[in-house]
Design a protein around this ligand. Sequence first.
Ligand code: ZN
Length: 208
Amino acid sequence: MKIVLLGPPGSGKGTQAAVLAKDLGYAHISTGEILREEIRKNSPLGLQAQEFVKSGKLVPDGVVISIVKERTKKEDCKNGFILDGFPRTIPQAEALEKEGITIDKAVSLEVTEEECVRRLGDRKSCPQCGAVYNPVTRPPKNEGICDQCSSALIQREDDKAQTIRERFRVYSQKTAPLLDFYKKSKRLFSLDGHLNPEKVLTNLKNLV
Ligand SMILES: [Zn+2]
């Protein structure tokens, strides 16, 4: 099955997508994670994407579509995959179907703006390996230090309150029509993202 998980930054969709994919034997395709990896490597794609990501804006469609297309050709996608962070707009969704990638179910994790700011404002990331920590749900063993590579943790530019609100605004504006797009073709399912993560995962599994 081909699933798209939708939700504003901080909705927990990244974590949920990762666990769900592992449980189902699907690939988890996070366009944000692929882009951040390219930025860390300073690849041509990374340099192109960097300015958009930093300011909380969306990376141009053409760039993301080619990334997703290549990624879905890989062996680990043969049972199915979960797209996380893409598509976000109707043109992206249409481009995906034009490439022969037809989504079976779109699941929307619904969370308010205030909850997103509350959750993400506390988040710390490792600039070296990309690991993400949260003081409540995933604290590092030693405060401020990455468990995996011992680098000093930072607050990512796009996890600062003002940027979170900007990302939420961009998300709502661009993604609301997309929800309608999947709703019209009876592929949209909505879940309450404020519930605890275990409950959200159970509800997700009941859906797919
Ligand atoms: Zn690290």
